[in-house]
Design a protein around this ligand. Structure first.
Ligand SMILES: Nc1nc2c(ncn2[C@@H]2O[C@H](COP(=O)(O)OP(=O)(O)OP(=O)(O)O)[C@@H](O)[C@H]2O)c(=O)[nH]1
Length: 457
């Protein structure tokens, strides 16, 4: 064994010999000493309870930069960056106080002054009664690893910062083979987007999915199911209901099939509420008649086609009518164009009030209007439009103190389940022509329209 009292007198061969001798004299430690310390890729030392170095491993000089003989008898803390208050002193004190192994990272200094990070282990050795406590200290240079970890950590922090500052929310969603959904990641922007913390949603996906608007939930399930099967990216615009507030979200994500059969989507959520508002305003502008605020001709045919297609699918007939204000030219000519405009506005408002929100009511041109009664039987349509005719008759338009009457003539037709909108409208137009000829201010059905009972009587 290399003694602290004989520094400078031993070469490497003797250090190795002494080390082997020390190890073989303690059977419990023999295998540890020979297999670990001889070939140990770092510094290994035997130190006493005060941290005095009693012996070192053959690789000591290579790994510490200090010739072994110069270190024997010195305190182990002299390998520290700060021998008085450094990491080695703390590790030694901790190990001694607990009489149990200490493991951790230490900042040390090589003989050439270079600071290195070491993975340190301080292991109290078993002693026989009366024998002084000794510690086996091993130091393994992990500077590169440590710097790599620091670099990774800094990179991760910077990436995290970038993700959190993105003008959108990044997420990772996992769907198990059984169909259960779990959010694996959400960037911090979720709080501003949905009023929920990332952790809350990662703990329970339903906290967020439960806020998807009722009308959009099925569409979301469908795109997820399709994407999971086809492994193609999905894009969806949907609404989040946040109390009284509704927020429009655009979601986009790319799927990846996992080995266990689960599907993992990496995606982003964007708040498109402002853009949606603009789109809706524009849509309203292009589909609304500026004077009366009701649908215009183009919107009537667009939405009417959708109503027709849905009715055809369900095998339902749709009643519709053409309406024309009576003697409107006379009103214009007598009271002026402004009075005519006022009459058109009062007429449109009155009609709209007599209909349900989802009935289509539009200004087709001039003083001509059209109505499509959704989910209404021909019998009901007759009474709705008769009420509408009476409500228009009741309009008392005050034009510069003079009260003007307004009346309307209506031609009523029914579009059969597989019929065409244009044909039904032309039949209603024919009936309107008859209404004008029969004296105006009346409702006339097209030929074949189911005769209402009250009219039949
Ligand atoms: N004030 C106003 N008048 C309009 C507007 N659009 C069309 N008109 C007028 O509506 C009148 C329509 O007249 P006609 O088609 O002859 O029909 P009418 O006078 O209502 O007669 P009948 O339909 O047979 O009862 C015309 O004088 C048009 O100038 C509008 O936006 N504002």
């Amino acid at each position: 064994m290399i003694d602290a009292g004989k520094p400078g007198t031993v070469g490497m061969a003797r250090i190795r010999d002494h080390w082997r001798h020390w190890a073989s004299s303690r059977r419990q430690q023999a295998s540890l000493a020979s297999s670990l310390l001889d070939g140990f890729p770092g510094v290994a030392m035997l130190v006493d309870a005060d941290g005095i170095i009693l012996s070192v491993n053959p690789g000591f000089e290579h790994y510490s930069g200090h010739p072994a003989h110069t270190m024997l008898g010195r305190r182990v803390t002299c390998l520290d960056v700060d021998p008085l208050h450094g990491d080695i002193r703390r590790a030694l004190a901790c190990c001694m106080a607990r009489r149990s192994p200490w493991r951790g990272v230490l900042l040390c200094r090589r003989a050439d002054g270079q600071e290195i990070h070491q993975q340190g282990v301080f292991q109290p050795l078993e002693t026989r009664p009366g024998e002084a406590l000794r510690l086996l200290v091993t130091l393994h240079d992990i500077t590169e690893l440590h710097q790599g970890a620091l670099h990774d950590h800094a990179l991760l922090a910077s990436l995290q910062g970038t993700l959190d500052r993105l003008p959108g929310v990044v997420f990772q969603l996992r769907q198990s083979a059984r169909g259960d959904l779990e959010f694996r990641y959400f960037s911090a922007g979720l709080q501003a987007l949905a009023g929920l913390s990332s952790q809350t949603v990662m703990d329970s996906a339903e906290t967020l999915l439960g806020r998807v608007h009722d009308d959009d939930r099925q569409r979301l399930s469908t795109v997820l199911a399709q994407s999971a099967v086809s492994l193609t990216p999905w894009t969806l615009e949907f609404r989040l209901a946040l109390g009284d507030d509704v927020r429009w979200i655009e979601g986009r994500a790319t799927p990846l099939r996992q080995r266990d059969g689960d599907t993992l989507w990496d995606g982003v959520l964007l708040d498109i509420t402002a853009r949606k508002g603009e789109e809706q305003r524009t849509q309203k502008l292009v589909s609304t008649d500026m004077l009366t605020g009701v649908l215009n001709r183009r919107a009537f045919f667009d939405y009417g086609e959708a109503v027709r297609a849905l009715a055809a699918r369900h095998g339902r007939a749709v009643p519709l009518a053409m309406l024309d204000i009576d003697h409107f030219k006379q009103l214009n000519d007598t009271h002026g164009h402004a009075a005519g405009d006022l009459a058109l506005q009062a007429f449109a408002t009155t009609c709209r009030d007599c209909l349900r929100p989802y009935d289509l009511f539009a200004r087709i041109g001039g003083e001509e209007f059209a109505v499509m009664l959704v989910d209404t039987s021909p019998e009901e349509a007759w009474s709705v439009l008769e009420r509408l005719r009476a409500a228009v008759e009741a309009i008392a338009l005050d034009v510069h103190g003079e009260i003007l009457d307004v009346t309307v003539s209506l031609g009523l037709a029914v579009m059969p389940p597989q019929g065409s909108l244009e044909l039904a409208l032309s039949q209603a137009d024919g009936a309107l022509y008859r209404a004008k000829h029969e004296g105006r201010n009346r409702l006339v059905p097209a030929p074949g329209y189911p005769e209402p009972q009250e009219r039949a009587r």
